[in-house]
Design a binder for this molecule. Structure first.
Ligand code: MG
Length: 128
């Protein structure tokens, strides 16, 4: 069973995503900001991270950047799920290393389809 870390400062969003993902039999852990998420990523094993952008203490951009700085997390699949819809933000998210950039509200079925797709492709892990 794949394990997913959901990062969002909104408890409502965390609970909603956890509910959706658990209903699809994923194991779900949550974090309320980027700093807590980073600590969790480095001390647990997750198969995928879904992160918000706008959060206190450490935002999603910095979180993604910090994860990607570590060689062993180069291929950890990361989905951004945010209200930040500006093209500039989208570009920055992808540049920092997000595999996908989705905007809220995202249809649960679409989100689950993307999660499945990324888990299947192993985050684009180098086959060599
Ligand atoms: Mg937020």
């Amino acid at each position: 069973m794949a394990s997913i870390l959901v990062v969002d400062d909104s408890k409502t969003i965390r609970n909603l995503l956890a509910y959706i993902l658990k209903s699809k039999n994923y194991k779900v852990d949550t974090a309320s900001d980027g700093l807590i998420a980073l600590e969790k990523v480095f001390s647990n094993t997750y198969d995928l991270v879904i992160t918000d952008i706008n959060m206190p203490r450490m935002d999603g951009f910095k979180l993604i950047e910090s994860i990607r700085e570590e060689e062993s997390y180069k291929f950890l699949p990361i989905i951004v799920l945010t209200t930040e819809a500006k093209e500039e933000a989208r570009r920055l998210g992808i540049k920092k290393g997000a595999n996908l950039y989705l905007t809220k509200p995202s249809d649960p079925q679409t989100l689950v389809a993307y999660v499945k797709m990324l888990l299947a492709s192993n985050g684009g892990k180098n086959p060599a």
